[in-house]
Design a protein around this ligand. Structure first.
Ligand code: COS
Length: 405
């Protein structure tokens, strides 16, 4: 037997780059049942609405109610606050199953989780009792407002300010690109409470409630994809927020936002995997039925090769996503890397797979008689929001190399 050559420790791959903690996953009975039930619900009730939701670009309140009625919106919330107590993998299985039919609808659950995460991470027991039962039941919606016109990738550059006045905070500023910001009842808002040179200790997180004087949504963006999911600008004109709406400690906002993204990016990866799966299935169906040169185009090797690559890319992204959820749920110290990696791989897979699906359908792929052009438009956002793919690479590289560059 040849001697095993041991590399000097500095040259050895880290545990992180060798599969993490070694925690494996196997979907539990409950998770399999959840996945299948949500898939059926999506096939029967959401898929028939998807094209119309896209065409009208209006928020699908009926789908929100459907997800609420079937307890899907309760998944991210603990049982003691009226939720279902699903783990991260369960939430992602549901987002994937819904997004396979309609990416806009999958985002309803993803945003409900995203908006609630600051409270889940740093909220007090009182805050959870106050807001979670309604959120878990889907009676209310919550959004997450970090991004501003000048603070996108550079999340610490937030200019919205909150100033203490007696027992209240006064919030002034504008947020941009806030998913479901105009339809939400609550918004987790990140505002500067310190000085700019404190940078990562400068932000604090507040829950702003719909109807608070001075809080409004002046406009909704016109978008390429996820058209039924409203993307709002939010304006805060001296909005008075009581001190009990501060989430966590003053100055803790940046850390809360980063921890939130560690758990929410897998939700976007799940949306991407669902979109890719939907496109793969549509392209496969078409390849079986469409006849050219006297036979189904699925009999041509060039089409077979595309379908095989699409399947492999989708499954690869799915397996990384499930593994990432398991690592993050197990408390991996490398959660940021797992989260960034799964969104990076799944977002790119969704873009490639949906683009190839359009190619398999040829001219029919380019018109709205078939769903793949919508899926291709929807896929693009998964490479952009909750951190661009460039930011995901930066997070992974920092984990490998250590510290900011
Ligand atoms: N969890 C907890 N803390 C974290 C963290 C994480 N995942 N990532 C960073 N931090 C902490 C760091 O430990 C550091 O703390 P100290 O000051 O105590 O050392 C601090 O936060 C600053 O970290 P860093 O220097 O890495 O911050 P940067 O300003 O360089 O920003 C990126 C880091 C780029 C990763 C961050 O700004 C980011 O994620 N940007 C994208 C934002 C985004 O996704 N926006 C989409 C809209 S929100 S839906």
């Amino acid at each position: 037997m040849p001697a095993v050559h041991v590399l000097p420790s500095a040259d050895q791959p880290s545990a992180a780059s060798m599969g993490g903690s070694g925690v494996g996953y196997r979907l539990t009975e409950d998770q399999l049942m959840l996945r299948d039930a949500v898939r059926l619900l999506a096939d029967e009730r959401i898929a028939p609405r998807a094209a119309e939701i896209d065409r009208t670009a209006s928020f699908p309140w009926d789908v929100k109610d459907l997800l609420a009625t079937h307890d899907v919106l309760g998944l991210p919330f603990p049982v003691e606050y009226g939720g279902v107590g699903g783990d991260l993998l369960a939430v992602c299985l549901a987002i994937e199953a819904i997004s396979r039919a309609c990416a806009t609808s999958g985002l309803i659950l993803a945003v409900q989780e995203l908006g609630a995460l600051p409270l889940l991470i740093a909220g007090s027991d009182d805050q959870k009792h106050r807001w979670f039962p309604d959120l878990a039941a889907g009676r209310t919606l919550i959004a997450f407002a970090l991004t501003e016109a000048e603070a996108g990738s550079d999340a610490a550059a937030v200019r919205t300010r909150a100033v203490r006045e007696g027992d209240d905070w006064i919030i002034e500023g504008t947020k941009r690109f806030i998913s479901q910001g105009d339809v939400a009842d609550l918004v987790a808002v990140f505002a500067a409470t310190g000085s700019a040179n404190q940078r990562h200790r400068n932000l604090s997180c507040f829950i702003v409630e719909k109807g608070m004087p001075g809080f409004r949504s002046p406009r909704v963006e016109h978008k390429m994809g996820i058209r039924g999911s409203t993307t709002a600008e939010l304006a805060f004109d001296r909005v008075r927020v009581p001190a009990e709406n501060l989430v966590g400690e003053e100055g803790e906002g940046f850390s809360i936002a980063m921890q939130t993204l560690d758990r929410s990016r897998p939700g976007i990866a799940a949306q991407a995997v669902g979109i890719a799966q939907g496109a793969l299935e549509a392209a496969t169906r078409y390849a079986r039925e469409r006849r050219q040169f006297g036979r189904p185009i699925g009999e041509f090797q060039l089409i077979q090769g595309m379908l095989a690559d699409m399947d492999a890319a989708t499954e690869g992204a799915r397996q990384l996503l499930y593994k990432a959820c398991t690592e993050i749920e197990a408390g991996s110290p490398d959660a940021a890397r797992w989260s960034a990696m799964c969104k990076l791989v799944a977002g790119d897979a969704a873009m490639r797979v949906t683009t190839d699906a359009v190619q398999v359908l040829g001219g029919y792929g380019y018109i709205d008689e078939f769903p793949v052009e919508r899926m291709m438009r929807d896929a693009k956002i998964t490479q952009l929001y909750e951190g661009t793919q460039q930011i995901q690479r930066l997070v992974v590289a920092r984990s490998l190399l250590g510290g900011p560059d």
